[in-house]
Design a protein around this ligand. Structure first.
Ligand code: ITT
Ligand code: NA
Length: 192
């Protein structure tokens, strides 16, 4: 069994759209997170920590909102910024920026570790547990808050005319950064 190591139960529901009930379960463990300016090392180190704890194949993911006008901020600090200044003030801050700089993207890096190395020709540091990463991105724009669904920055992120908070969870998963990362991962995992 593959374990989705997360404190967020919504992630398992989403993962089951791509991997069957017999394939994936969730494991509630708040693995220690390193700080880094990009998501990939955070997810990769998280997968190693999670594998050490669980002892079975694991995936973890790390995600964030990258706003062009702020050179990608809050990015890997999205959770901290949400709980400190809050989503509405992030939108207010973008109001001081020129129109063309409302562009933003949600990014998600999903990291897999099963304790073994991968037969993919990639050179890895011999001392580290091997990890494989899968990225998903969705582009959009920062707008005034609309909608009551989703979580986090969903009310201020507009994609294709609707904010993510205006979509059902199925509609969001269809296009979301996490959905895309899960789809890419599932294709690789099923094809091993
Ligand atoms: P874990 O226990 O799995 O780490 P998490 O919810 O804390 O769950 P994430 O890495 O998924 O961690 O997300 C980090 C932050 O990025 C999250 O707190 C939100 O502020 C923001 N975020 C990520 N995905 C989002 C989404 O789909 N919609 C809105 N905000 C999102
Ligand atoms: Na995370």
């Amino acid at each position: 069994m593959l374990q989705y190591v997360t404190t967020n139960p919504g992630k398992l529901r989403e993962a089951r759209r791509y991997l069957g009930d017999e394939t994936i379960d969730s494991y509630d463990y708040d693995y220690p997170e390193i700080q880094a300016p990009t998501l990939e090392p955070i997810a990769a180190e998280g997968a190693r920590e999670a594998y050490r704890e669980v002892g079975e194949p694991v995936i973890v993911d790390d995600a964030g909102l990258f706003i062009d006008a702020f050179d990608g901020f809050p990015g890997p600090y999205s959770s901290f910024v949400e709980t400190t200044i809050g989503v509405d003030r992030v939108w207010e801050l973008t109001q001081t920026e020129p129109e063309r700089d409302r562009d933003a993207a949600f990014r998600c890096v999903l990291a897999y570790c099963d304790g073994d190395d991968f037969d993919d020709g990639v050179e890895r540091d011999g001392d580290e547990l091997p990890v494989k990463c899968f990225t998903g991105v969705v582009e959009g724009e920062i707008v005034a808050p609309r909608g009551s669904g989703g979580f986090g920055y969903d009310p201020i992120f507009e994609h294709d005319g609707a904010t993510f908070a205006e979509l059902t969870s199925d509609e969001k998963n269809e296009v979301s950064h996490r959905g895309r990362a899960l789809e890419t991962f599932a294709a690789w995992y099923d094809g091993r």
